[in-house]
Design a protein around this ligand. Structure first.
Ligand SMILES: NC(=O)c1ccc[n+]([C@@H]2O[C@H](COP(=O)([O-])OP(=O)(O)OC[C@H]3O[C@@H](n4cnc5c(N)ncnc54)[C@H](O)[C@@H]3O)[C@@H](O)[C@H]2O)c1
Length: 392
C-alpha cells in the first residue's frame, strides 16, 4: 500500500489537528519529547456495539470521547450519562457543527456508513468506520480519495490483523515453516442478530457482518486474491427482529467463497446467519479451530474465532507433534481498532490495519455477490501491500 502520509507529513497533518488543540504545533521536530494530548473522538451510532467500544476508548491513554450521536437521541443521551461524555447530538450535522473533534468513530447501521463517512471526511475529520467502510468498492475508493484531498484518512474494521495469533501465523508462513502454502479454510457463523433489521436488509448481509473477518484474516495471511467464485443465498426468508418485528430477509444469510490468491494458494470461506453455534453471538468459550492453513511442510489452525483467538495449533514435517503456540492475547481485543487509530494519530505509530486491505475485502464481498448473480468466476483488481508487517 502506498502510505498516505509518512511521518513528516503525518506531523504536518497533525498540525491541522493541532490547530484544534490535539498536538502542539511546536512539537513537529520530536513528538516523543513532548506531552501528547488526547485525540478527540466523536462516536456516531450508540447501539449494541457502542457498549463495547466505549469502555475501550474511554480507557485509552490516546483518546478522549468528546461527543456522541444517534438518530435515536435517547440512546446517545443514555451512553453519555453512563460514560460521562459531555456532548450528545441527534444527527451528524449537529455533531459536526458542535464541539470540535478529530476522529469520527462510525458505529451505525451498515447502510449508513458511506454517507456518514463522506460527510465527516468532507469536514476534514479522520474516520474509523465499523465494517463495511463504504457500501460498495467504488464508494470506498471515492472515500479514500476524498480523505487524501481533505488531508485526513479513513480506516475500516475489523482489527483482526492486530491479534498476536494473526501475527504468529503470518510469521510462520513468511519464514516458510509450512513450505509452499496451498490451501486455507475459514468459517464463522451464528444464528444472526435479533436486535436490528439492517443486518438483513439490502446493504446488510452475512458477508459484510461476519465473512468480513475471515476475508481480512485469510487475505492478510495468504496475500491479495486475484479472482473468486462464490455462491450466496437466503436460507431463512423471514425473521423477527426487535426494532421492526417480522421482516423479509433480502441480503444473503448464507455464503461460500473460493478465492485464488496471487501466489496460487486457494482458500475457502463460509459464513452465515443460520449456523447453530453453542458459543453464541459472543463466542464465549469457543475452543475449536476456525481457520486452517495447509502447506507442503506443515499446517496451522487458529483456535477460537479470528476476532478473538486464543492460540494456534501447528504441526510441521520436522516436528509432527501438535504444538499450541501464541496463547497470550497480549492485550488484544477485537474492539480496539478505533483506539489503535487514536494511538497512531497521537504518536505517528503506523497501524497494521490499512485502508487498501479494507478496500480489497470490500471488493471481495461485492465480487462474491456478482459471482452468484452471473454464475461465473470474477477477477479482482484491488490489491494491498503484502506481507503485512508492522514498521519497526
Ligand atoms: N453488535 C455487535 O456485536 C457488533 C460487533 C462488531 C461490529 N458491529 C458493527 O457495528 C455496526 C453497528 O452494529 P450494532 O449491532 O451496534 O447496531 P445497532 O442497531 O445496535 O446500533 C446502530 C445504531 O446506529 C444508529 N444510527 C443509524 N443510522 C444513524 C444515523 N444516520 N445517524 C446517527 N445514528 C444512526 C441507530 O439508531 C442505532 O442506535 C454495524 O456495522 C455492525 O456490523 C457490531
Amino acid at each position: 500500500m502506498k502510505n498516505l502520509i509518512n511521518r513528516r507529513d503525518f506531523l504536518s497533518s497533525a498540525a491541522i489537528v493541532g490547530a484544534a488543540g490535539t498536538i502542539l504545533a511546536s512539537d513537529k521536530q520530536d513528538v516523543s519529547k513532548h506531552e501528547i494530548q488526547k485525540i478527540r473522538v466523536g462516536i456516531i451510532g450508540c447501539g449494541s456495539v457502542s457498549g463495547v467500544y466505549l469502555p475501550h476508548l474511554t480507557n485509552s491513554p490516546y483518546a478522549e470521547v468528546v461527543s456522541l450521536c444517534d438518530i435515536k437521541s435517547e440512546r446517545a443521551e443514555h451512553r453519555a450519562n453512563t460514560f460521562h461524555v459531555q456532548n450528545f447530538y441527534p444527527n451528524i450535522e449537529a455533531m459536526l457543527a458542535g464541539v470540535p473533534f478529530d476522529l469520527l468513530v462510525n458505529l451505525t447501521d451498515m447502510q449508513e456508513h458511506g454517507k456518514l463517512n463522506r460527510l465527516a471526511l468532507t469536514a476534514k475529520k479522520f474516520v474509523w468506520s465499523e465494517k463495511p467502510m463504504a457500501n460498495t468498492y467504488s464508494e470506498g475508493r471515492e472515500l479514500h480519495d476524498l480523505a487524501v484531498r481533505s488531508g485526513v484518512r479513513i480506516w475500516g474494521a475489523p482489527a483482526v490483523v492486530n491479534s498476536p495469533q494473526f501475527v504468529y501465523m503470518s510469521q510462520q508462513i513468511q519464514s516458510n515453516a509450512l513450505g509452499r502454502v496451498a490451501a486455507a479454510h475459514a468459517h464463522y457463523g451464528h444464528e444472526g442478530p435479533d436486535w436490528s433489521a439492517f443486518f438483513y436488509e439490502k446493504g446488510g448481509g452475512s458477508l459484510p457482518d461476519l465473512g468480513v473477518y475471515n476475508i481480512a484474516t485469510i487475505t492478510g495471511l495468504l496475500g491479495p486474491a486475484k479472482s473468486l467464485v462464490a455462491m450466496v443465498n437466503v436460507v431463512t426468508p423471514e425473521r423477527h427482529v426487535r426494532d421492526k418485528g417480522s421482516i423479509q430477509v433480502i441480503a444473503e444469510d448464507n455464503a461460500m467463497i473460493i478465492m485464488e490468491h496471487q501466489n496460487h494458494a486457494l482458500s475457502h470461506i463460509q459464513c452465515g446467519f443460520n449456523y447453530f453455534d453453542p458459543y453464541g453471538h459472543a463466542g464465549t468459550g469457543q475452543d475449536r479451530p476456525t481457520i486452517s492453513i495447509v502447506g507442503s511442510e506443515g499446517n496451522m489452525h487458529m483456535i477460537g474465532y479470528d476476532w478473538s483467538p486464543f492460540g494456534v495449533d501447528i504441526q510441521t514435517k520436522s516436528n509432527e507433534k501438535t504444538r499450541r503456540e501464541a496463547t497470550d492475547a497480549g492485550g488484544y481485543v477485537w474492539e480496539e481498532g478505533a483506539s489503535t487509530i487514536c494511538e497512531y494519530l497521537a504518536t505517528g505509530k503506523e497501524p497494521l490495519i490499512n485502508t487498501e486491505h479494507a478496500l480489497h475485502v470490500l471488493e471481495i464481498i461485492e465480487a462474491a455477490r456478482l459471482s452468484q448473480v452471473e454464475g461465473k468466476r470474477i477477477p479482482l483488481k484491488s490489491t494491498f501491500k503484502w506481507p503485512m508487517r508492522n514498521k519497526p
